[in-house]
Design a protein. Structure first.
Length: 85
């Protein structure tokens, strides 16, 4: 068996720290984006990977801090922009 990398260890630790609110807000964002009409969005975080939509272009969003979902829930696109910066 191949040893885990430090980033894999960090991802597992982060997924264990993900609270119920983080998980709920993640699910709600994914549900609201599920009806994506144009292109494809792949969201990756410590809880896994989800692909929404079909076709091209494909955009990949890597969420390194689950606080992103709280910012988006509270402030919408402004929160997403603030989380990026």
């Amino acid at each position: 068996m191949k040893p885990m990398t430090p980033s894999e260890h960090a991802s597992i630790a982060a997924s264990r720290r993900a609270g119920p609110l983080d998980r709920l807000l993640r699910q709600r964002l994914i549900a609201s984006l599920a009806a994506l009409d144009f292109g494809r969005l792949q969201i990756e975080d410590c809880l896994g990977s989800v692909t929404l939509g079909r076709g091209e272009p494909c955009v990949r969003l890597t969420v390194s801090d689950l606080g992103f979902y709280r910012l988006v829930a509270a402030q919408g696109s402004v929160g997403a922009g603030e989380a990026y910066g």
